[in-house]
Structures are given as structure tokens and as C-alpha cells.
Design a protein around this ligand. Structure first.
Ligand code: ATP
Ligand code: MG
Length: 463
């Protein structure tokens, strides 16, 4: 086997944990993603250790531990800077709620522990000290076949924990594997209904960031799972676009997800960018239209992400990208309009919009030539804008409220905000105007006539 070569990739601190367990007379195995990724030649995300030591015994062996999941047998062990999760072999009782077992038992064997895991490729145990592999469900064979296959009876396993149905597709995406047909047939989409939305979103996040999200998304539609989790996206299936499009809206969406850079905000934005199209489709003699789909879609995107308990900052960004993804990038775009767009969305989102547009073009039209010409010209203009003096918000103005108070002496009130708003829009027309003297002169021209009561401090000390 590859044991010799792989031992080099296992970090020293992991070997140290296993060695200390062995010295204390306990078994210790790497389980889960670690052995799987080792065999695939991928870098594992984390190293999980399974042992026959009870949680209290693990705490006694290692000087620094945290009881992160002690009820379920998991103790986090700290060695220097590194942390390893050490979990006692678990046997499980029945699942009556479709989410977690009714009881867990810590007197189990390694084989029992592996049997409660979800897929054969995730149920391989490896002891690097003795170079022993324990693989009762032939996970290594499935790794070679590049296949995601449930352990035992798929239908029962999915009824126990509905999230496993989503994980079936998640691993197809992250590993680029096929799904076993028999496992697919065990899927009953309704079993996902009671599963915590955070768990669902975390699996969706990983699925979207994977190597083959398109395969997973198509599989989820075929199984009916997408209709339960993301009905707004499933509704794009069969929604035809004009004749210069390669796919229906769903096919286009999937192609955009695959084309866009693997970043959570971008992948979610690509997945949701056209969800407004199902509700806005119209047709006339000139063709098919989706007027306002970006406005409708932005609201839908926010609702979807809130339903999935997505962190607020990401929800805000995705909503903004969906809202603005139809931005005009052609030759008639004025510099002022470009600056207004930049000011409205912010510089991060401006770059993200560019990437979304790139993916949108790749995923949609046959008329690459025209779209790309505009795209690259627009990209250069964005780069020039970002390299130059930027005014993205009222905070970037060369004067602030304190300056206004010193110069004009206005009493507190809405006037300050109004004045800064006015300056901001004036500067967006021409960034060279963002000089203190220029701005103050402009304000004097606006406010000096008929405003005597505020005019007492024209030659204020800051002038
Ligand atoms: P990744 O490298 O992407 O983290 P992973 O295999 O480590 O993949 P985790 O979600 O971290 O996936 O889970 C660790 C291990 O725990 C899995 O490999 C699997 O053996 C087991 N496992 C996790 N979730 C479930 C579940 N819902 N049902 C059964 N076993 C599970
Ligand atoms: Mg993991």
C-alpha cells in the first residue's frame, strides 16, 4: 500500500497523539477525511483520531484538552500550536428524529464505530504507527472506482440522518466522484425537512466550493433534493431563454457556478444571480424578456440566504451582486456612471461583479466576441478607477461634518448629511473636485444666499 509514502504527510503532532495513546495502552486510528485524502494524495483538512480510550481517559493522558463534544465522545487535544479531535469509538442507538441518535455508547469497537459512518470512503481507519489499515466496507476500492457509496442500506441511513443525502452530493462535488446508483435510489427528499439549516448550509457551502458543483447540482435536481432545499433555483429548470443562449436558465446557472472563481460569495452569487427570472419572464415579437429580474432576484436571494442562516455580511454581498449583475459595461458607459456604480457597491463588490460578469458570459451566449470586447475594456476602466483617487463613500470626501461645523456653524440637524450627500454626488461627476477648498467653495455657492442665520462663521479657524 501507500502507507510508507503517506506517513511522511501525516504531521508530527498527529503521530505524537497516537503515540501517547499507544503508550497508555489504548488503540488510536486516523479516521474520516484524513485516511481518505491521504489515499487520494490530497491534503486533508483536519485529522480526526478514534480511540477506545474514554473521554475522561483522553483528558487524563494529555495535559491540555477541551471538552468540545464530550457528550458525543469528542475531546480536542492541544499539542503546542496544533489541535486534534480525539473521539471515543461510538456505537449508536436508533435515530427517532432523523437528526441524531437516541443514545451513544462508548464501549464500542473500531468496527462498530466505522459502521455508523456515512460512506465507505469515509469509513477507512489507518494506524500509521503499526501501518495497519482497517477497511471493512471496501472504501479503498470505492476510492479507486471514484464512487460515493452509502454504508449498509441507503434508505435506512438517510432516514436516520437526512443530512447524509446532501453529503452524498457534497462529496461528489468536492472529490469529483460519481454517486452510486443504489445509494441515489435511497434518497427521500422530505427527510431533509427537519435538519438544522446551519448544517444544510455548511454542506451546501462545501458543495459549491468543490471541484464538480455542476454534477452535484444536476444530481440534486434529479433526486428532488434541490426542490426541497432551494426551490427558487429548482424553478429555473426548463425555463427557456432566447435563441442565442446555450442552456435553459438552470443549465446556465450551473455553468456560471462552475465558471466562477471558487469563493463562497461568488459561488452563491452565481447560483442565485438569475433566480428572479422564473417570476419575471415575458415574451413579445422581439423575443423573451426578464425585465427587472435582478431586482426581484436580489430580494429572493436575501430570503434564501436568511432562511439558510447565512452570515449577514455574506448575505448582504450576495444580494448586492445579484441586484447589480446586469450592470452596463459597454462603450457608452460614462466615467461618472462607472464611479456611481463603484460608489454604490464598494470596491470589493465591483471586482466581484466583474468576475460574475465573466462567468455569466462563459455560461451563456454564443456571441463571445462582442461580450468579451466590452468586458475587457470595462475591466481596464475598473483597474484605472481603483488605481486612482477613489471616492466610494461620504467618508472619502476631503471634508467632514466637523469641517462643516467649523466653517458654517450650523446647529446639529439633517443639514450636515444633506450637504455631504450633495458634495458626494458632485464629486462622483469629477473626482478632481475632491479638494477641501474646491468643496468649500461649492458649498458656499450653494448655501450662502438667503442663509444668513448660519453664516456667522465663514472665516472659521480651520479655513
Ligand atoms: P472534509 O475533509 O471535507 O472535512 P470529512 O470526511 O472530514 O470531509 P466531516 O464532515 O468533517 O467530513 O466528517 C468527518 C467524518 O465523520 C466523516 O468522514 C464521516 O466518517 C463521519 N460523518 C460526518 N458526518 C456524518 C453523518 N452525518 N453521518 C455519518 N457519518 C458522518
Ligand atoms: Mg473533516
Amino acid at each position: 500500500m501507500k502507507a510508507k509514502a503517506s506517513a511522511k504527510v501525516i504531521p508530527q503532532y498527529v503521530l505524537e497523539v497516537l503515540l501517547r495513546l499507544a503508550t497508555a495502552g489504548f488503540q488510536g486510528y486516523l479516521v474520516g477525511g484524513g485516511p481518505r485524502d491521504l489515499l487520494l494524495g490530497r491534503a486533508p483538512q483536519d485529522w480526526d483520531v478514534a480511540t477506545d480510550a474514554r473521554p475522561e481517559q483522553v483528558e487524563a493522558i494529555f495535559p491540555v484538552t477541551y471538552p468540545t463534544g464530550k457528550r458525543y465522545g469528542t475531546i480536542t487535544v492541544r499539542l503546542g500550536e496544533a489541535q486534534v479531535e480525539v473521539t471515543t469509538f461510538r456505537g449508536e442507538g436508533p435515530y427517532s428524529d432523523g437528526r441524531r441518535p437516541d443514545w451513544v455508547r462508548f464501549s464500542a469497537t473500531l468496527e462498530e464505530d466505522l459502521a455508523r459512518r456515512d460512506f465507505t470512503i469515509n469509513a477507512i481507519a489507518y494506524d500509521p504507527l503499526g501501518e495497519v489499515w482497517v477497511d471493512p466496507f471496501h472504501g479503498r476500492w470505492d476510492l479507486r472506482r471514484r464512487l460515493v457509496r452509502a454504508i449498509g442500506e441507503p434508505r435506512e441511513r438517510f432516514r436516520e440522518d437526512g443530512l447524509r443525502m446532501l453529503r452524498y452530493f457534497r462529496f461528489q462535488s468536492t472529490l469529483g466522484f460519481k454517486g452510486e446508483r443504489r445509494t441515489m435510489q435511497g434518497i427521500v427528499p422530505e427527510w431533509l425537512v427537519g435538519v438544522a439549516r446551519e448544517r444544510i448550509r455548511e454542506e451546501l457551502d462545501r458543495l459549491l466550493l468543490g471541484l464538480a458543483p455542476g454534477r452535484a447540482l444536476h444530481g440534486m435536481t434529479a433526486s428532488g433534493l434541490l426542490q426541497v432545499i432551494l426551490p427558487e433555483v429548482a424553478a429555473l429548470r426548463g425555463l427557456a431563454q432566447g435563441s442565442n443562449h446555450r442552456f435553459d436558465v438552470f443549465g446556465h446557472t450551473v455553468a456560471a457556478v462552475e465558471a466562477i472563481a471558487p469563493d463562497l460569495v461568488l459561488r452563491w452569487a452565481a447560483l442565485l444571480h438569475d433566480i428572479g427570472k422564473a417570476q419575471t419572464k415575458t415574451a413579445d415579437e422581439r423575443g423573451i424578456h426578464f425585465y427587472g429580474h435582478e431586482v426581484c432576484g436580489a430580494a429572493l436571494a436575501r430570503a434564501v440566504l436568511q432562511r439558510l442562516a447565512c452570515p449577514r455580511e455574506r448575505t448582504d454581498r450576495v444580494e448586492c451582486l445579484v441586484r447589480h449583475h446586469m450592470f452596463y459595461a459597454g462603450p457608452e458607459l460614462t466615467d461618472a456612471a462607472l464611479r456611481r456604480l463603484a460608489a454604490r457597491v464598494g470596491s470589493d463588490n465591483l471586482l466581484a461583479l466583474l468576475e460574475l460578469r465573466r462567468a455569466d458570459i462563459v455560461a451563456s451566449t454564443h456571441r463571445y466576441d462582442l461580450a468579451w470586447a466590452d468586458f475587457y475594456r470595462f475591466k481596464e476602466r475598473v483597474a484605472a478607477l481603483l488605481a486612482g483617487e477613489q471616492v466610494f463613500s461620504r467618508k472619502d470626501l476631503a471634508i467632514n461634518g466637523n469641517d462643516l461645523k467649523a466653517v458654517f456653524g450650523w446647529p446639529p440637524g439633517p443639514k450636515y448629511r444633506e450637504a455631504l450627500d450633495q458634495l458626494f454626488h458632485w464629486v462622483l461627476e469629477d473626482p478632481a473636485r475632491n479638494r477641501r477648498e474646491t468643496l468649500l467653495a461649492y458649498l458656499h455657492s450653494l448655501y450662502d444666499q438667503g442663509d444668513e442665520q448660519y453664516g456667522k462663521n465663514h472665516n472659521g479657524e480651520n479655513n
